[in-house]
Write a protein that binds this ligand. Structure first.
Ligand SMILES: Nc1nc2c(ncn2[C@@H]2O[C@H](COP(=O)(O)OP(=O)(O)OP(=O)(O)O)[C@@H](O)[C@H]2O)c(=O)[nH]1
Ligand SMILES: [Mg+2]
Length: 600
């Protein structure tokens, strides 16, 4: 159902206001998902569904049609005798009673023929189809017109609340939520059970109008059991609920109880039907209670939705952190000398030579420049081998950190159930780097190297003809720049260690400074390092997005949380300002024809 229910057009102003506030509440509740499996979320998911149902099935239609007959739903444990009671009240078999539990699967609504128009699918319980035959279909409401039912009051026989069949339980809950009045049937054998009391507690919390029938009670136990039950009702906030007792007796061939067994209930219902004021009071009590409880429970759903937002934020934060760290770590390791070991260092030393040149580095720079030029003008070793070593070293470094980040992100998701379920539902192995990550990292490193080459080429545009530039070539100067980047935050040793590890970079620096000047070298190295970081960030972003896209499938919009609270507050404001639009007559318990013990 969207928008306003049928018949909303000619409503009094206050009712129309309340109605639109409740429609907004319905939209807000229907619009918020609780997709993340945080602890206790199932309870709130059920609550949300039940609240939407109650708004659609009861509150909205009832508000629009305040004169509709009072809907009495007969609920309770299986075998308590609900169908038998309904049949006996009507005086004929309208609902099949049975020995096999549970018996009633399809709800049966009995009404006076004059009231037929009130019970079409546009009005009450719009989610259920209508039928005039017994079907056993839980999705269909069987309508039975019978003059024995007083005008203004209808009786609905519901499935059992404690059924072994989940569909029965759900339907019974939905039907009771659509009732103006519960006729709650329990038996001497079952009245202390937990499930019925759960329902009765909810009714008390919501001020739903309830009458209780203690059914199938052995005559000798009536006094004791009904006394005990009455005390339990009082303790649980249902002191004002009428309590009827039906003694266990033989049923007729048709499965009916003798009329006098149900006479007290029958009289009470007739009186209620005949007194428009009393009826309105019952409707008001239940409807008011439902609206109050819906507003209150909406805040609980909003809390649950806010928890979803927080959880999603936390899960997102874990992933962001893992990959931010990965970028930082690669950035740090590609500048602190870490890469100037092993293969890279060996190939670099091979390129620049380790003999005289290194030993003479301690002497004056000008002299070194000349020596370098002299040395390089011989047969320069291949810069290409350094490039290859750099490529593989850098690629390994990036891959290692991508693996670590995936593992860290996955581990922190696994530590909470919401994250665990997301990982399972994704059907992907997010705890490792993507399968094509190595290939992508390789490409990124090559692109970076190419970028460094271009940088050197551009910088050397007007120097290309100089002897030094020619001596090292674009390739040689590029690898020198890479090496300088790799040691750009390392403490460059002086003295004996020169040429080893970060010290090897000093040579590169001298080479570059000899060609470009020291300022340009600092600038080029900063640029090259920033470019590498950008490319690593892009790689890691794609990895991070694998997690985030999974998280996006379970996103809760923080605006939805606000919408819930605003809608609930609006309903409460109208209610508290006395502009509820609910029937005006004050609830008159005194005018209610029932009182404790009348049926015993
Ligand atoms: N003798 C006797 N039998 C009863 C009485 N009430 C119910 N029964 C029998 O108990 C069985 C169950 O009664 P139902 O009226 O079908 O019970 P129900 O509460 O509708 O059960 P579900 O539809 O399964 O929830 C049937 O065989 C009835 O004939 C009673 O007061 N006396
Ligand atoms: Mg039944």
């Amino acid at each position: 159902m969207t928008g306003l229910p049928t018949g909303a057009a000619e409503l009094p102003r206050a009712t129309a206001e309340m109605l639109s506030a409740l429609v907004a509440l319905r939209e807000a509740l229907a619009g918020v998902g609780l997709p993340l499996d945080v602890p206790d979320v199932e309870e709130q998911r059920t609550a949300r569904r039940e609240m939407v149902d109650q708004l659609e099935n009861y509150v909205l239609p009832r508000l629009v049609q305040i004169e509709a007959p009072l809907l009495t739903v007969v609920g309770g444990s299986t075998g308590a005798g609900k169908s038998t009671l309904v049949n006996s009240l009507v005086g004929r078999r309208v609902s099949e009673p049975g020995v096999l539990r549970p018996t009633t699967r399809s709800p049966v609504l009995v009404h006076n023929p004059a009231d037929v128009e009130w019970f079409d699918a546009q009005r009450v319980l719009p989610g259920l189809g209508r039928t005039e035959r017994a079907t056993g279909d839980p999705g269909a409401l069987q309508l039975v017109a019978d003059p024995q039912v007083p005008e203004g009051l209808a009786i609905l026989d519901a499935p059992d609340i404690d059924s072994v069949e989940a569909s029965n339980r759900t339907l019974a809950t939905e039907l009771l939520a659509a009732a103006d009045l519960w006729l709650f049937v329990t038996s001497a054998a079952r009245y202390a059970d937990q499930v019925p009391w759960g329902f009765l507690k909810a009714a008390a919390d919501r001020s739903t109008a309830v009458a209780i029938v203690l059914d199938r009670t052995p005559p000798e136990a009536v006094e004791e059991v009904s006394g005990h039950l009455a005390r339990m009702l009082t303790e649980r906030g249902l002191r004002d609920s009428p309590l009827f007792t039906v003694a266990e007796s033989a049923v007729t061939e048709d499965g009916l109880l003798a009329p006098e067994q149900v006479a007290a209930i029958r009289t009470w219902l007739d009186a209620l039907a005949a007194d428009a004021g009393a009826r309105a009071a019952v409707v008001k009590q239940t409807l008011d209670g439902a609206v109050r409880s819906l507003a209150r429970r909406t805040h609980e759903v909003a809390d649950a939705a806010a928890q979803q937002v927080d959880t999603a934020r936390r899960l997102r934060g874990d992933v962001e952190r893992a990959y931010d760290e990965a970028v930082d770590e690669v950035d740090a390791a590609s500048a602190d000398g870490t890469l100037l070991r092993g293969e890279v260092l060996a190939r670099w030393q091979e390129f620049v030579g380790t003999g005289d040149l290194l030993r003479t580095l301690e002497t004056k720079v000008g002299w070194v420049r000349d020596r370098l030029v002299g040395w390089m003008s011989g047969r320069p070793p291949s810069a290409e081998r350094v490039t290859v070593a750099v490529e593989s070293g850098l690629e390994t470094l990036i891959l290692e950190h991508a693996e670590n980040a995936a593992e860290r992100a996955e581990r922190s998701w696994r530590s909470v159930s919401a994250g665990q379920h997301l990982l399972e539902d994704s059907g992907r192995d997010l705890g490792r780097a993507s399968r094509d990550f190595r290939a992508r990292a390789e490409r990124a490193v090559r692109d970076w190297q190419h970028g460094v080459l271009e940088m050197v080429r551009t910088e050397g545009a007007d120097k290309r003809s100089t002897a030094r530039f020619l001596a090292f070539g674009v390739n040689g100067l590029s690898v020198a720049l890479m090496v300088v980047v790799f040691a750009s935050t390392a403490a460059i040793p002086t003295g004996a260690e020169v040429g080893v590890g970060a010290g090897g970079a000093l040579l590169g620096q001298k080479l570059l400074e000899a060609v470009f000047g020291d300022q340009a070298v600092r600038r080029l190295s900063a640029l090259a390092r920033a470019d590498l970081r950008t490319r690593v960030t892009e790689l890691m972003d794609a990895e991070r997005d694998r997690f985030l896209s999974v998280l996006d499938t379970a996103a809760v919009d923080p605006a939805d949380v606000d919408r819930l609270r605003v809608a609930a507050r609006r309903v409460d404001d109208l209610r508290l300002a006395g502009r509820s639009g609910l029937p005006g007559r004050a609830a008159a318990a005194a005018s209610s024809p029932g009182s404790r013990g009348t049926g015993a």
